[in-house]
Each structure stands twice: as C-alpha cells, then as structure tokens.
Design a binder for this molecule. Structure first.
Ligand code: PMP
Ligand code: GLN
Length: 381
C-alpha cells in the first residue's frame, strides 16, 4: 500500500456521521440538508432517468450542462466562459479537485495551502508529490497578512488552493485579501485552484467575487463549483471546473481516468436548476440565513459563544469562550456520545498546530432539527 494511505485517518465527516448513525445523535456535523432538495430539480432528474438519459455522456459533460454553467456565471458573476473549451463536468467538486491537482502538480512542486483548509486538499497534494507550504488564518478575523504570504511563496510555488467562501469558518474573503493573494499568484506565475462550491450560500447582501475575474487571473485559475451544494442535493455529486483551454485540456487527461463521466440524468437536472430565476437563489439564501439566525440565537440563549457566519451552511462555536476547557476533538467525541449531537472539530481542517478550541455546526436543517439540537447542546453545558 502507498504509505500515505497506510497511516491516513478516515475523513472526519464519515467518522462523525457514522457515530451519529450508531448513537442516534442529531447530525449537525457533516454538511448536508435534512430535506430532499428542490422538487422541480428532482423531478427533472426523474424525467431524464425514465426518458432514456442513461448511457455514457461525453467525457467533458453534457453540452446542456456546460452551457448552463457558462450562462449561470455570466448572469450571476459577470464572467465570460467558452463552454466548449473551458467548462468540464466532474463527479462533484471533489473529483474536480483531484483531477486538477493530479494534472497540475509534479513531484517537488510547492503548493500553497491556507489553513483552515478543506480536508481533501492536503492528501491529494501529497499523493501528487507536491510539497505543501502553509498559510494560517487566525481567529477571530481570519485575515491574510503580507508576512504569511512572504513565508509561503518561493520560486518553487506552482499552485495555490483557495476556498472562498471558507468551509469550516463561514467567512467570505475580504476583497483586499483576495487582491493581495492574486498579486502573489501572478508574480510567481502560479496557478490557482479556486474552490468556490459555497459561492451561492452567502448572506446579508454580500456578492461573491470569483478570483478568476481579478487582474492577471483569468488564464491561471481553475474555478470549481458544485451542483450538490447549490441545490442542496449533496449526494448527487455533480460538479464542474472552469479554466482556460490549455488548463482544461491538461486536467481533462486526469479526469478521463478518474471517473470519465457523471450520471447524465443528474447533469440534465442540474442544467435545468442553474437556469432558475434570481428569485430562487435569493429565497434559498434567505432560508439559510433564517436557519443560521435560529441556531445562533438558540445557542447564545443556551450560553454558547457563537462566531459570526457570513456564508456556507456552517457556524462555529468557541469552546473556551463558552466555558468549555477541553480540546475540540475530545469535546466532539463526548458531545456525540453523551450529548446526542454530532459536530465537527475545526482541528480537522489543520495539518499542524490546530486552533483546537472551535467546533463547527451545520444549520442547513429543518427548524425542528435545529431546535432539538439547541436543546441538547444547552443541556450539554
Ligand atoms: N470543497 C468544499 C470546500 C466543500 O465544502 C465540499 C463539500 N462540502 C467539497 C469541496 C466537495 O463537494 P462535492 O460534494 O461536490 O464533491
Ligand atoms: N463538505 C462537506 C462538509 O464540509 C462534507 C463532504 C464529505 O463528507 N466529504 O461537511
């Protein structure tokens, strides 16, 4: 076995969902809604399934979805993408990340990773032979500093992996930090993988800023999105990547031997969904913001110190400020087994020196699930 996998732990999302299933805990850990997704999108998939969209689609994805992705980004983010040469459908954002990292990283290349980081990034970089160089964002403001950039970038930097909005901390990159990062990427002639799966789940009137649209970034960014995230259909695993033709061609070579294709009926339905009018996306954001406010208020009333969440399905809780003096991993183990709530320790998003005192909770849940979670969390203090 490759030694990397011999010692690698199981992803925290599977561990916590497994414990929730085993113990009957309310699962506020792994990020998925406890509803069935928009019924018209589900119906579009069912129609495509019964009407015969069941054989291998083209390797780059169904034209209808690739066009819908390009149209969607034109409409919502003012981008100009050539769907035939710059959009590839993948099996979730996870496959897009894997294909891009495998295609772009050669052994010895340095890859800048920004902690807290989504847990798939580092294993994929290491498997490709990349050498990680970490930047840390520190609570409570999670800002990028010029010193951190100067430490991380070298003449071997080839790739930077950026998540915006940020899972697990629910922040949106400030425009100045995004601009600063992009200047360093351009100066080092590096490529950016922009994991923007949370681009639509943003609150309080904020607008998503794709790093690909910043000066010098158009042809050096791989922009990754997820239909599962946009439509709360996380099990569908329909994602995509958008990149200039030369990058797209390189990444397609990795994609062809990872999954080759993604179920065509689901692609058809996501294409339909991406065409929904603005009112749909506005209402979706308002629903998630209401859920965020409900969980925040309930936890605060119960004595928990909640950190602000501007985006994603997640909010986080500061343990010491809530009077809990235990590391986040130990606390999450105790909470799921004894308190009946599954949460995610934010340490899982660090390769070294984790913050260690923050847990993440998912609020993409029905009111009754949130209320039951709040009652149990309140009792657990
Ligand atoms: N990147 C981030 C930051 C995520 O939060 C997730 C899933 N929540 C993914 C990638 C994976 O997305 P998908 O399920 O489409 O593979
Ligand atoms: N991205 C989801 C989360 O952050 C989980 C995805 C997974 O389980 N791999 O909860």
């Amino acid at each position: 076995m490759n030694p990397l996998y011999a010692t690698m732990p199981t992803t925290i999302f599977e561990i916590m969902s497994g414990l929730a299933r085993e113990t009957g805990a309310i699962n506020l850990g792994q990020g998925f809604p406890d509803s069935n997704g928009p019924s018209d999108v589900v119906a579009a998939a069912a129609r495509a399934l019964t009407e015969g969209s069941n054989q291998y689609p083209p390797m780059a994805g169904l034209p209808v979805l690739r066009q819908a992705v390009a149209d969607h980004y034109r409409r919502h983010q003012g981008m100009d993408l050539d769907w035939e040469r710059e959009v590839t459908v993948t099996s979730g954002a996870t496959e897009a990340l894997a294909a891009a990292i495998l295609a772009l990283v050669s052994p010895g290349d340095e890859v800048v990773l920004i902690q807290p980081m989504y847990d798939a990034y580092l294993p994929l970089v290491l498997r490709a032979g990349g050498v990680p160089r970490f930047i840390r964002l520190e609570p409570p403001h999670w800002r990028l500093t010029a010193e951190a950039l100067a430490d991380a970038f070298t003449d071997k930097t080839r790739l930077v992996i950026l998540n915006n909005p940020v899972n697990p901390i629910g922040t949106i990159w400030p425009a100045e930090d995004l601009a600063l990062l992009s200047e360093w990427i351009v100066r080092h002639d590096a490529v950016a993988i922009a994991d923007e799966v949370w681009e639509h789940v943003i609150f309080d009137g904020a607008a998503h800023q794709p790093i690909m649209a910043l000066p010098g970034m158009r042809d050096r960014t791989v922009k990754i999105g997820s239909g599962g995230k946009i439509f709360s259909l996380t099990g569908w695993k329909v994602g995509w990547m958008c990149a200039a033709p030369a990058l797209t061609r390189a990444i397609a070579r990795a994609h062809q031997f990872l999954t080759f294709t993604t179920p065509p009926n689901l692609q058809t339905a996501i294409a339909y969904g991406l065409g929904k009018d603005d009112a749909y996306f506005t209402a979706m954001r308002a629903d998630f913001a209401r859920a965020r406010n409900r969980l925040t208020a309930g936890l605060q009333t119960g004595g928990w110190h909640v950190l602000p969440s501007a985006a994603t399905y997640f909010l986080s809780v500061d343990l010491p400020a809530s009077g809990i003096h235990m590391d986040d991993e130990t606390f999450c183990q105790m909470l799921v087994r004894e308190g009946g709530v599954a949460a995610i320790p934010v340490s899982a998003f660090y390769a070294d020196n984790p913050v260690g005192s923050v847990i993440r909770l998912c609020f993409a849940k029905k009111d009754e699930t949130l209320d039951a979670g709040i009652a149990r969390m309140t009792a657990a203090r």
